[in-house]
Design a protein around this ligand. Structure first.
Ligand SMILES: C[S@@+](CC[C@H](N)C(=O)[O-])C[C@H]1O[C@@H](n2cnc3c(N)ncnc32)[C@H](O)[C@@H]1O
Length: 270
């Protein structure tokens, strides 16, 4: 018997139908609360999710799940090399997973700042990191309390999916980055595992190509796609992991960080 799939490459329409079907399954699983309520209400929900038991579990189990080690490997193997960076912002620091790696692998003179909307997560990060080198601030990615062209590097791990659309977040990220600055971005993908992640963490997912297209609109050009493991690449289970560069020339030095405003008037945690 002749195997038809070997005779002809799959028709475009077949591929499209298959994609549409899997998207329907994803949509059924994916949580779309983010699109159903106001951003203020949604933000409160996110604070509760991370401030509560799930955030505590994330803090405790990120090393058991391998999430911590896989992230660290990207920096240890210099797939993302933080050498030479002087002023780094980590957005949505959570329990300080990425900040912990930066403390280890970035230059010792590099200034490190972490922001999060959850005060509870900032407390957890502070207790876990036990470092005076990191400045932790309560702030929202949608409205970053920093001047333009302030950081030569931004890391943003699984936070953009907590905004209804990527535009606001990417506009803010791009604004605070120096031209030529580097962005390490992790985001939940519109894959099957991403849909389950969205259900667990009450977030949305992004289509890889669409997200990279939106990044381009803000002058953030893809430098490299990163993969934690071969399994990640095959199943897209770790989401979208990319390094992007902000186009343009480098200019004006950053003002001191103490001049920055913070979320709800909450002070920095030092
Ligand atoms: C999944 S955790 C990511 C932790 C860490 N970045 C990592 O990669 O493991 C997401 C974090 O983003 C924070 N977050 C969610 N929405 C945010 C927003 N709009 N601005 C700042 N932080 C936000 C949450 O409170 C939570 O601590």
């Amino acid at each position: 018997m002749i195997n038809n799939s070997l005779q002809h490459p799959p028709l475009r329409s077949d591929v499209k139908t298959k994609r549409r079907k899997s998207r329907i399954v994803h949509r059924f699983v994916e949580r779309n609360l983010i699109h159903r309520i106001s951003y203020d209400k949604y933000r409160e929900k996110v604070r509760k999710v991370y401030g509560g038991r799930r955030g505590a579990l994330l803090t405790k189990f990120s090393s058991i799940s391998g999430h911590l080690q896989l992230g660290e490997r990207l920096l240890r193997k210099r797939q993302f090399d933080p050498s030479g960076l002087r002023n780094i912002l980590d957005i949505g620091s959570g329990a300080g997973q990425i900040l912990g790696h930066l403390l280890k692998y970035a230059d010792s003179q590099a200034q490190l700042t972490g922001i999060d909307i959850s005060h509870k997560m900032l407390d957890r990060a502070q207790r876990r990191l036990k470092s005076t080198r990191v400045r932790l601030i309560a702030a929202d990615l949608a409205q970053l309390p920093f001047p333009d062209s302030f950081f030569d590097c931004v890391t943003c791990g699984y936070v953009l999916e907590h905004l209804p659309n990527a535009y606001t977040g990417l506009a803010e990220i791009s604004r605070v980055m120096t031209p030529g600055g580097r962005l390490l971005l992790f985001a939940t993908e519109d894959s099957f595992s991403g849909a389950w992640t969205s259900r667990l963490w009450t977030c949305r997912t992004y289509n890889r190509r669409d997200l990279l297209g939106t990044c381009e609109e803000f002058g953030l050009t893809l430098a490299q796609e990163l993969w934690f493991t071969r399994m990640h690449r095959f199943f897209r289970a770790g989401g979208i992991c990319v390094e992007l560069t902000k186009s343009g020339e480098n200019h004006s030095p950053s003002p001191p960080i103490s001049e920055c405003a913070t979320l709800d008037g909450h002070s920095t945690l030092e």
